[in-house]
Write a protein that binds this ligand. Structure first.
Ligand code: MG
Length: 441
């Protein structure tokens, strides 16, 4: 028997970020969350490019894994062409409903997550492609340690950083009563599973989405938070009153955020076009549907715009918005350079850059082709001038806090006649986006 899926999506900038780099699709039968990473506005571009490319490829009849590969290639190509976007990437977690909503296929890269809540038990359907996730699978970390690990945002696999990517794929059976949650790590790194279970139960998808976002913000809102909640039932949709849209509507479902709170999907309406937040995608021709993307705040978004004219106007209006976001992103980078960013992940180590004693931010190795660190501070002291007995401090690259790293180079000063300058971040060290540019706890 075909199931009815009620669904709602919500994306929130959180409390500590200046931009929302998450994008999403809430256009049955297609649902997806993408969490971008990269310097300046690149993360936002990466996640938006990925969901748009995915949506187009699926609309063109491609299989889901192929469509995800296509999304990968498009993000990668964009990054290759534009040095300012070099290294950008995104997570991508996709759920596509099949056959009367009784089954679904999933495609996944990165550390956004899909969960299934069934009979009160929460199962994570996706593996986290993160450093911490790998360490957990190897038995080096417990779930509790992973949850609060300072490097938990560092990805081991991402979409768009290489010309090809390994995509996890699986199918699941669905039953009446099931609840599926897709989310970015702004939720899953802030809210424990047990709390997620409580917040998902007994309410409509829309209310569940609101509760989840509120909880993540109550817990600091360090990152952008995107959630998509689907609830499956045999009967018609619950008469919760606030979810009125049905399958009769073309899937002009989502705008973004609160407006993306869309309702039921009877079996498989067509999908989908995707657009970024606040830039209502134009429903066009064979792609009647909607849309998603990140929004500044759920409250700030407007109703879905279905008229082509409105969409065109929105596109025009998007130009200054992009420039504004560029400015905001530049300010963010400047703030980081000045050392004022509170949301930056703080793993540091002492090493050598261009022959000079330096402090690096991040971790002293690469994973999956990603360089996990960048120069935070390059002193004017040549590494060769450091006393032999202290040389090991430059080569062992022990990961530590920023303060500890700075204390270490202070200690080096006593070992050499050349005084080190006072620590201040090096602007040049910021030019290449590091992995911590994405989700930092
Ligand atoms: Mg994130």
């Amino acid at each position: 028997m075909a199931l009815v899926a009620e669904h709602a999506a919500l994306s929130d900038i959180g409390l500590q970020r200046s931009t929302n780099e998450d994008s999403f699709i809430d256009a049955p039968p297609l649902f997806a969350v993408a969490d971008g990473m990269g310097g300046a506005q690149a993360g936002e571009v990466a996640s938006r490019t990925a969901v748009e490319a995915l949506s187009r490829a699926l609309a063109g009849g491609r299989a889901l894994p192929d469509a995800a590969q296509e999304a990968n290639l498009q993000v990668f190509t964009l990054a290759e062409r534009d040095p300012s976007r070099s290294g950008m990437g995104t997570t991508l977690t996709v759920l596509r409903l099949l056959e009367g909503n009784e089954r679904a296929e999933l495609a996944h890269v990165g550390d956004s997550r899909a969960y299934l809540l069934r009979d009160g038990g929460l199962e994570q359907l996706t593996a986290d492609h993160s450093l911490v996730g790998e360490m957990m699978r190897e038995g080096k970390l417990t779930a509790d340690q992973a949850f609060s690990h300072p490097a938990r945002s560092i990805l081991s696999r991402a979409l768009g950083t290489e010309p090809g990517v390994k995509i996890d794929r699986r199918e699941i059976e669905l039953r009446a009563g099931d609840v599926v949650l897709l989310c970015s790590d702004g939720l899953s790194s802030a809210v424990p599973d047990a709390t997620i279970v409580k917040l998902l139960q007994g309410v409509s998808p829309r209310e569940a989405a609101r509760r989840l976002v509120r909880e993540a913000k109550n817990r600091g809102g360090h990152d952008n938070i995107t959630v998509i909640v689907l609830r499956f039932s045999e009967a018609g949709p619950s008469a919760s009153g606030d979810e009125e849209r049905t399958a009769a509507l073309p899937a002009a479902a989502a705008g973004a955020a609160d407006a993306a709170d869309s309702a039921t999907t009877a079996p498989l309406p067509p999908a989908t076009a995707v657009g970024p937040a606040g830039q209502a995608a134009a429903p066009s021709g064979a792609e009647p549907a909607a849309v998603a993307g990140a929004a500044a705040t759920p409250e700030a978004t407007t109703s879905p715009q279905t008229a082509a004219a409105e969409a065109a106007a929105a596109e025009t209006a998007a130009q200054p918005r992009r420039r504004l976001w560029l400015l905001v992103a530049a300010l963010v980078v400047a703030a980081l350079v000045a050392g004022f960013a509170v949301a930056v992940n703080v793993s540091y180590y002492v090493g050598v850059d261009g022959g000079y004693v330096s402090v690096f931010q991040g971790l002293p190795y690469g994973v999956g082709g990603l360089d996990l660190s960048r120069v935070y501070l390059r002193t004017q002291t040549q590494a060769s001038a450091i006393a032999p007995e202290d040389q090991h401090l430059l080569t062992e690259r022990a990961v530590t806090s920023k303060d500890e790293a700075l204390r270490t180079i202070d200690a080096l000063r006593t070992a050499t006649p050349t005084p080190l300058p006072t620590a201040s971040p090096s602007p040049t060290g910021r030019s290449s986006p590091g992995p911590s540019a994405r989700g930092t706890p």
